[in-house]
Design a protein around this ligand. Structure first.
Ligand code: KG4
Ligand code: ZN
Length: 381
């Protein structure tokens, strides 16, 4: 075990050797999943020893969305249990660890605080180094964990809380090419499901309905395609669907199963078209860097959608870029990605101390202009 390193927030002192093998415990509690994981390895080559995720869907089901206070309490109750399970499943003890990494933002502040306090407690008791990880960096670094991808690569985060294109050049070096200016796509899927009387989470329900529908029956808009750049918008699309639904109800007195399927198919196709076109633009920026082995990866729950996945794959093929979709369990919120980001930071000597604070907002690319809005699933970066 390495000695505790109190080098100050983001310090670069006492960096272990870059290629050293280390074992890191990761904690995640920024939204509605309480998670702990143990990952062992080095920069660009690591193995997940355990990954425990305790979801809170049932707790929030009656409210139509995540209730921050309920989420925070549930995290505080379950974090230590998840840590014990993660250690047991990995077959390690606290004494086998080299560091503890924890999501320190962005996210719902009560949940993030619960994770940060739990990690501080472990570090105070053991002397292990504490590492605060940006949740978005966890998602963005996942292709290095799952596929040992080399820098630079392009990543699209597309979930219920996030939507942005990033070029990853290093564990702490991200360039945001664009992102949503209002809703995240998963959030739009969830709202559409609610408007059509489908269950939550809305994405899988809308996708399943869409299989029976005609994507061409309704002419839904393709927001922001008329503007240059990689920014996206999904809230107008949801409003267009609401208007279309109300029009059918006015004309026919209600909507049939076929109407609902056609609405879902049209909405889904519009999201896929927008994501694919904006991906083409992001790919143009990325390929201009002339990477040796060009790769675009996707992360987030919406990556589970077959039509969207196919559209992204086609956009990549057109640009001569390999498309990577990590397994869904590592696309959605988990602590293995936080532990892996912790490995990268630990090996770079980027440790924190007991002054580490929980941040509701934390942009990955500090140079990019701030994004608008604060989604249903928490604050955006
Ligand atoms: O990454 P995730 O588990 O949580 C965060 O939002 O961080 O993503 C959940 C989101 C939900 O909004 C859900 O409706 C959406 O991903 N989703 C899908 C599909 N499966 C999950 N959206 C479209 N199609 C799907 N098959
Ligand atoms: Zn996330």
């Amino acid at each position: 075990m390495l000695p505790a390193q109190q080098s100050g927030c983001n310090g670069r002192a006492d960096a272990p050797h870059r290629m050293m093998t280390v074992t890191v415990l990761g904690l995640e509690s920024s939204c509605d999943d309480t998670a702990a994981a143990v990952v062992r390895g080095t920069s660009g080559k690591a193995r997940i020893l355990s990954s425990v995720v305790h979801g809170q869907d049932a707790l929030h089901a009656g409210y139509g969305g995540v209730v921050p206070e309920i989420a925070a309490r549930a995290h505080a109750e379950k974090l230590d249990l998840c840590v014990m399970r993660a250690l047991a499943e990995a077959g390690v003890t606290l004494g086998d660890l080299d560091a503890v990494a924890v999501t320190a933002g962005p996210g719902l502040i009560g949940g993030v605080l619960a994770g940060v306090m739990c990690a501080k407690g472990i570090c105070a008791a053991t002397g292990l180094p504490l590492i605060g990880v940006n949740h978005l960096a966890g998602h963005a670094l996942t292709p290095r964990l799952t596929d040992e991808v080399a820098w630079p690569y392009l990543v699209l985060l597309v979930s219920g809380g996030h939507c942005q294109f990033l070029i990853a050049r290093g564990h702490d070096d991200f360039t945001r090419l664009g992102g949503t200016i209002d809703d995240a796509p998963g959030e739009a899927f969830d709202k559409v499901a609610r408007l059509l009387g489908l269950p939550q989470p809305g994405g899988p329900a809308v996708e399943s309905e869409a299989r029976k529908g005609d994507p061409a029956r309704f002419a839904f808009p393709r927001p922001l395609l008329d503007r240059p750049g990689c920014d996206l918008s999904f809230s107008g699309l949801k409003t267009a669907l609401l208007r279309q639904r109300d029009l059918i109800v006015r004309e026919k007195g209600g909507i049939t199963r076929q109407d609902r399927a056609d609405l879902c198919a049209g909405f889904q196709q519009a999201v896929a078209d927008v994501l694919a076109e904006k991906s083409r633009r992001a790919l143009a920026h990325y390929t201009a860097l002339a990477p040796a082995a060009p790769i675009m990866a996707v992360a987030g729950g919406v990556a589970a959608n077959g039509v969207i996945r196919a559209a992204l794959k086609e956009a990549c093929a057109g640009a001569g870029v390999e498309f990577l979709a990590p397994p869904l369990a590592l696309c959605t919120d988990n602590a293995a990605m936080i532990a892996y980001a912790g490995i990268e930071r630990h090996l770079a000597g980027a440790h924190d101390d007991m002054t580490l604070s929980a941040r509701p907002r934390w942009p990955l690319d500090g140079r990019a202009p701030p994004m608008l809005g604060s989604g249903r699933k928490g604050a955006r970066a």
